[in-house]
Each structure stands twice: as C-alpha cells, then as structure tokens.
Write a protein that binds this ligand. Structure first.
Ligand code: NAP
Length: 279
C-alpha cells in the first residue's frame, strides 16, 4: 500500500508543538513579533499573507501588518525595512513576494537583517546553509525535510533527485538533503535523459512548475515522491507537478496536492519565528 504523506496533519502537529513552546517562553517573559509587509493587493498574496497572520495568531506570535500601496517607491520600502531592522520589539520581517516590477526583490531581500530574515532568503542565510552553519532555513525545503523525517523516511545514504534549481526550492532542497547525508543529484531544464536521472531516485523531489509533468515512467518502483508544485486547472481544482494518479501506483510514499508540501511552508515559517528567541 502506498503511504500518503499527510502534510496537513504533520503541519498541524508542528504548529501545536510551537504553540506549547511559545506559551512556555511567554511565561519566561519572552514574546515574538513578526512584521508582515505586503505591497499592493495581488489576490494570491492576500491569501498567503492572511494564512500567515492566522498561523501567527494560533501559535501565539504577534503579527504587525504593513500594507503598502502598489505605487510605493523602493526607497520608502527600504526605509520601512530599516526601521523594522532597528526595532528591538520586531523579531522577524517578512516581505511578501512577488513585488511590483519597479521594486528590486534582490535589494529588498538584501536589506532585511539576516538575524530577522525568517524566510531564509538573505545571502548570509543562504551561505550559512551551504557551509553547514546555523541560520534561517528556507521554509518550503525545510518543510520537506520535516515531512520525510516525520513520515519515517530515512534520507541517509539514499539516492535523492531534485528536479528544479530555483533559489527558493531546488537549490536549498539539494543542500538540505546533502546535510541529511543523502546522495543528491539536481536536475533542470538542460538535463539530458531526465527520465533515467529521475528513475535513479529513492527520494524524488519535484519542483518544475509544470502541471502533472512527472508521470509514472519517471519513477522507480518503490520511490518516495515529494511534489512541490501547485497549479489550479480550468475547473479551479488544484494539482501538482506530479501526475498523482499514475505515480501513486509505483511510489512507496507520495505527497498529495493539496495537503502535502503546501501546509508545511507556513509551519516552518512559524518555526523560524520561534527560532529567533531560542538560544
Ligand atoms: P521555478 O523558479 O519556475 O523553477 C522551476 C525549475 O524547474 C527550474 O530550475 C527549471 O530549470 C526546471 N524545469 C523547468 N522545466 C523543466 C523541464 N522540462 N525539465 C527539467 N526541469 C525543468 O519554480 P519554483 O519557484 O521552484 O517552484 C516550482 C513549483 O513549486 C511551482 O509550481 C510553484 O508554484 C511551487 N511552489 C510551491 C511552494 C509550496 O509552498 N508548496 C513553494 C514554492 C513553490 P532551469 O533552471 O533550467 O530553467
């Protein structure tokens, strides 16, 4: 029987654990505050920001909302970030991406103090991940490691193939699997013989951004398949980068979409916020 890796249940458990930890810290007089900055009112960003605020309320983290006009200048945004960097009461700063075209995401990410960068996107945190030092981990790949560990999937010594090399998913995923002693291959749009490469995987992580791209013929019998993709079809139904119905027949364990990787991202953001007050 194929194991369904239940991201909804695992993320709920992590949030419960964090809530208990935050409750204890409050008794010691420690509070956590996350500043959430949103520019404009892109519909998807509004949903993500609301979900993050809800998760903060559940866990016991104070959230401050900064809703800026779509036309705000880059300079004004950078000034706000600097103010939040200096504010001792603010533990974490999150700027919801994407930003309008006239604002450089790179300059904005670089402006956030690495010690408050709970998304884990600042080059200092990326560098720390690469050289195995402590730092904030990007939420989606960190969530995938938790999904694997909490589902009893051993990573050490396994052939891991990550398809996709984005800065927010593929590359940090590769580093985290390596940190867990997996043997890691990263594939991308220029990879030759992708099917053969993918079929080597005991653990296959798919982040290509193409609906149902990975079919059963990319998957080794008994592999664990993690689907990062999120797409909405014409009937408003969600699906991933993996053709779930055919792949589940071959995989030993698989994440569904929705209810797999998605819920883990916010749980790990909450974990990064709590990390700001751990020693
Ligand atoms: P991205 O920046 O678009 O990167 C896609 C990657 O896939 C690129 O590295 C690209 O290769 C590779 N690729 C594209 N076509 C390919 C092909 N035919 N064969 C092999 N590789 C191919 O995407 P992303 O930001 O990593 O996101 C990937 C998916 O995950 C999207 O569906 C996104 O919505 C979803 N996502 C979900 C969460 C979550 O919380 N669940 C979080 C983030 C993203 P090149 O580098 O060579 O172009």
């Amino acid at each position: 029987m194929t194991q369904m890796i239940d991201g909804k249940a695992i993320s709920a458990k992590i949030k419960e654990e964090l809530k208990a930890e935050v409750g204890q810290k409050k008794e010691e007089g420690k509070e956590i505050c996350l500043a959430v900055v949103q520019v404009g009112n892109d519909a998807a960003s509004c949903v993500y920001v609301n979900n993050k605020k809800k998760a903060c309320a559940f866990v016991g983290i104070k959230s401050l909302a900064y809703e800026l006009e779509e036309t705000v200048s880059e300079e004004e945004l950078l000034l706000l970030i600097e103010k939040l960097n200096q504010d001792e009461k603010v533990n974490g700063i999150l700027v919801q991406l994407p930003l309008p075209e006239h604002i450089s995401e790179e300059r904005v990410i670089n402006a956030i103090s690495p010690s408050k960068d709970v998304d884990g996107f600042h080059p200092v945190n990326v560098g720390n991940l690469c050289i195995g030092r402590k730092g904030f981990l990007p939420c989606t790949p960190a969530g995938i490691i938790q999904l694997l560990k909490r589902s009893g999937v051993e990573i050490e010594g396994k052939e891991c193939v990550v398809i996709g090399r984005s800065n927010i998913v593929g590359k940090p995923m590769q580093m985290l699997l390596l940190r867990e002693n997996g043997t890691v291959t990263i594939a991308h749009s220029r990879t030759k013989n992708l099917k053969e490469v993918a079929k080597r995987a005991d653990i296959l992580v798919v982040a290509v951004g193409k609906p149902k791209f990975i079919t059963a013929d990319f998957v080794k019998e008994g592999a664990v398949v993690i689907d990062v993709g999120i797409h909405r079809n014409n009937e408003n139904k969600l699906c991933g980068d993996v053709d779930f119905d055919s792949v589940k027949e071959k995989a030993s364990a698989i994440t569904p979409v929705p209810g797999g990787v998605g819920p883990m991202t916010i749980a790990m953001l909450m974990n990064n916020c709590v990390e700001t007050i751990r020693n």
